[in-house]
Design a protein. Structure first.
Lengths: 323, 453
């Protein structure tokens, strides 16, 4: 019997975007990281090209993030008080890139010096996010853009409320931005258009469709990303940006990951549950199209990278079950 | 794939005799297509047309049901590749495997752990579906004994795994002798043993898993053979085990079934993530891939609460209806027998939101009145952003519940995330004090306790 396997002929392709800059390119990174370029749905190697595997980032903070789960604070231990040491530890833990989150309490000097220290301490391309409040993000990210001139940083959080300021900063110093919208295909598209209209090349815009954690709305994020990726492959140009999401932040907000005491016994061992929570949140988003996931726990990083390696291995002949 | 009214019309006698109580054959065909009439109402359809029409009305992925003692697991009947296109309908079954070469006591322990595992997620009791028992010993009596040991610990559905039909037969016999209505899955038929396996499945009237020696061609051939031998209820093994291989194969199988209406692969898929993973940590990840990407029955090799819980939640999330958020009834909820001086709080009717608040207050043992506003099933911030949880709505909900008559104070605690509403709310609810609560529900008990002092 012949079986004709349906293969989709996708007219579209995800854009290739490069983060970071080496000395030759005006920065100080030892290497750059490129994402995107897919011509098929995630990991369907029989149908198209997946030139770059999804990359895994680790989130670090400019000062000790006291609202993080004690499990995370214990794991990273002393380095959480020192962004440079943390950056080094994260690089050793296997991160492909770093995300530095600034704090509401940071002054401009605090922010720029944290960025400087992190750049000096490690070789990885860097994303810098403000604390996530539009005004404060604007206040901190503009000087950060100047401090990191030449490094091709990713600047954020670039949302509808403040994209003009963040994009202007990216334009002035040749950086990238994350275009973040709340889990909606049309909003995602619109913001990309607005940012692009300001003159920032599409090669400098990552699409950040927002996500929820496992059990807390992941299905919305998952489906919006599948729809965005399908639109990209169908040729809708303004959805062809590689996707960046932050499953680490979301998963560690969930009670299942965050706390160990006073929870139902059926939830099982805290450490294992928490890592599973973050891992499944991240891997399912990778399966729905994420090109870049930012995580918080080093063990999750290992597991997610292993999963990516396994998914990038071209599907060969099946391993058969021993009789 | 369902036929159109016109396609059905071509298969009818086209005499317009009216015996079906429709004026014309075409009118009857249209009703058939809309599933508002029964084919049996036309006495003149030919047998060939009947066969063709019935085949066309079959779902592209056949529904397979395993059952025992009132428990049931159904897989199949899926109609889309992506959940946003409509929804995924039948939650894949999650099973845990033991082998008949394992120590019997250990087997029983695993089975009762799996059996007893229930975890509450937004008011739903999530559970695993059953056990898989593998005949690794090759000995009929040993296998039967192991099946009985599992059965003594759980009444849930079973999958019986083995390659020797005589051995599996002993397991089936020990099961079906005890309880009628028990339908296990037999796994599996291979190119070598399919004839006797199919005979066994047919005789016991149970579904049969098939495992090819190679790719999808071999798999399709094997299902046709098994079907030819009289077994209708079939479950497919993609034969791949690894991450990339299962994703590829299972996607191709689902596409063939849905887009090409390719009958030989129009059945649910069984997977064994433990065989493609390096350890329990990786097995969870691969199992979650199989949940999202087209698994029908998933057989795990490890059970632990800390991995079963996230998997069950993931399955719940993937299989919810994207059109309809899981909601709770709006209204006034009493937590821990509140009294007139207990605090009054307000939240939205999105299940996840309601339960994260209610569970915190309840487990802290603090009595309270919780008003659940009708916010179209949205979370606090989503509802606020969508205009479904504004001062006007909140005031209406507070008044509609009549909570004012049950309390001797007029204080309302609102979620910290919507602190901006407090001024407006004081205007909408004259006489009430609006207290801004913490942002996260975890901090609510401490906040309430402080207010009591
Ligand atoms: C899932 C989600 C959606 C889903 C909806 C899910 C649902 N059924 O609600 C979808 C994709 C449909 C959606 C849509 C939109 N969303 Co939305 N969405 C989210 C997301 C990712 C998670 C929300 C969630 O489920 N949280 C979990 C629940 C449990 O949280 P919660 O309800 O707030 O409850 C917690 C606390 O508030 C507290 N609490 C609850 N009740 C009470 C009561 C008291 C007394 C106290 C003290 C505490 C308390 O306890 C809970 C646990 O801590 C958030 C971003 C994020 N990561 O948080 C954005 C977010 C809420 N969405 C946002 C927006 C803007 C929208 C849209 C308006 C976008 C648009 N224009 O289309 C639409 C609106 C919907 C519409 N028009 O129909 C914004 C809101 C921005 C703002 N601050 O105003 C957010 C914050 C994203 C962002 N950063 O921009 N969204
Ligand atoms: S009974 Fe049959 S043949 Fe007669 S009108 Fe109805 S469909 Fe046509």
């Amino acid at each position: 019997m012949t079986v004709e396997i349906p293969v989709e002929k996708w007219p579209g392709q995800v854009r290739e975007i490069t983060l970071g800059a080496t000395a030759d390119e005006g920065g100080t990174r030892s290497h750059t990281v490129t994402v995107g370029g897919e011509t098929t749905l995630p990991f369907l190697h029989f149908e198209g090209e997946i030139p770059h595997p999804p990359v895994v980032g680790i989130e670090i903070a400019s000062r000790r993030p006291d609202d993080w789960s004690p499990l995370l604070l214990e794991t990273w231990s002393d380095v959480v008080d020192d962004p440079a040491a943390w950056a080094k530890a994260a690089e050793e833990a296997g991160a492909d890139i770093l995300l530095l989150t600034l704090s509401l309490e940071d002054s401009v000097d605090d922010a720029t010096s944290a960025v400087r220290q992190v750049l000096e301490a490690c070789d990885l391309p860097l994303i810098v996010f403000g604390p996530g409040q539009a005004d404060k993000d604007n206040e901190l990210i503009v000087p950060v853009a100047e401090e990191g001139a030449g490094e091709r940083l990713v600047l954020g959080v670039c949302e509808e409320k403040n994209y003009r300021t963040i994009v202007a900063a990216a334009l002035a110093h040749d950086h990238l931005v994350n275009s973040r919208t709340p889990m909606d295909v049309n909003l995602a598209k619109q913001l990309i258009i607005l940012i692009h209209d300001m003159g920032l090349p599409l090669e400098q815009i990552l699409m950040d469709p927002t996500t929820g954690a496992l059990g807390y709305g992941i299905e919305y994020g998952y489906s919006v990303m599948e729809r965005l990726r399908l639109a990209a492959l169908q040729g809708d140009s303004m959805t062809q940006q590689p996707m960046l999401v932050t499953p680490g932040e979301e998963a560690w907000k969930a009670k299942e990951a965050k706390v160990g005491d006073d929870v139902p016994a059926e939830w099982g061992d805290w450490g294992e549950r928490a890592i599973n929570w973050e891992t499944l949140t991240a891997t399912s988003l990778i399966q729905s199209g994420a090109d870049l996931v930012v995580l918080r726990h080093p063990e999750t990083v290992q597991r997610v990278q292993k999963t990516i390696d396994a998914l990038m291995a071209e599907a060969g002949e099946p391993e058969l079950v021993a009789a | 794939m369902a036929l159109s009214g016109l396609e059905i019309y071509k298969l009818l006698p086209r005499t317009n005799c009216g015996d079906c109580d429709f004026p014309t054959c075409l009118a009857f065909a249209m009703k058939l297509a809309a599933k508002q009439a029964e084919l049996a109402d036309c006495p003149y359809v030919t047998d060939e047309a009947k066969v063709e029409l019935e085949a066309a009305s079959q779902p592209p992925v056949r529904l397979i049901t395993l059952s025992s003692n009132g428990h049931k697991v159904e897989a199949g009947n899926e109609t889309v590749l992506f959940r946003h296109e409509k929804r995924f309908f039948h939650k894949c079954g999650l099973f845990v495997r033991v082998k008949d070469t394992d120590d019997l006591e250990a087997v029983k322990n695993v089975a009762s752990e799996v059996d007893g595992f229930t975890v509450d997620y937004v008011g739903l009791d999530l559970e695993l579906d059953g056990m898989a028992v593998e005949a690794a010993s090759g000995d009929p009596d040993t296998f039967a004994e192991c099946v009985e040991a599992v059965r003594s610990a759980t009444e849930k559905p079973l999958i019986l795994i083995g390659s020797d039909p005589d051995v599996l037969k002993a397991g089936v016999a020990s099961l079906t002798a005890k309880a009628s209505g028990t339908v296990p899955l037999l796994y599996g038929a291979t190119p070598e043993n399919w004839e006797s396996m199919a005979a066994l499945a047919k005789k016991a009237d149970v579904p049969l898993g098939v495992r090819p020696g190679g790719g999808l061609e071999e798999l399709a051939e094997l299902t046709e053979q098994v079907k030819g031998a009289g077994v209708q209820n079939i479950v497919l093994d993609p034969a791949a085990r690894d991450f990339a291989g299962t994703l590829t194969r299972m996607t191709q199988m689902r596409r063939l079934a849905l887009k090409k209406n390719f009958r030989p692969l129009g059945y649910p898929i069984i997977t064994f993530p433990g065989e493609g993973a390096e350890g329990p940590e990786e097995e969870v990840v691969l199992a979650s891939q199989h949940i999202a990407k087209y698994g029908g029955f998933i057989v795990l090799d490890h059970f632990s609460q800390a991995s079963a819980y996230p998997l069950l939640v993931f399955r719940e999330n993937v299989f919810t209806d994207p059109q309809e958020p899981i909601q709770v009834e709006p209204g006034l909820y009493e937590i821990n027998d509140p009294t007139p001086d207990s605090p009054v709080m307000i939240t939205t009717n999105f299940s996840i939101t309601y339960f994260s608040v209610a569970n915190e207050v309840e487990s802290a043992g603090v009595p309270g009145w919780l008003i659940v506003a009708d916010a179209e099933g949205m979370s606090v911030l989503t509802a606020w952003a969508a205009g479904e949880f504004d001062a006007d709505r909140i005031a209406k909900s507070v008044n509609a519940t009549g909570v004012a008559d049950k309390i001797d104070h007029q204080k309302l605690v609102i979620p910290g995330h919507v602190a901006v509403l407090s001024g407006e709310l004081e205007e909408e609810l004259p006489g009430w004090d609006i207290l801004v609560g913490p942002r996260e529900a975890v901090d609510l008990p401490a906040f309430l306790k402080l207010g009591n002092e």
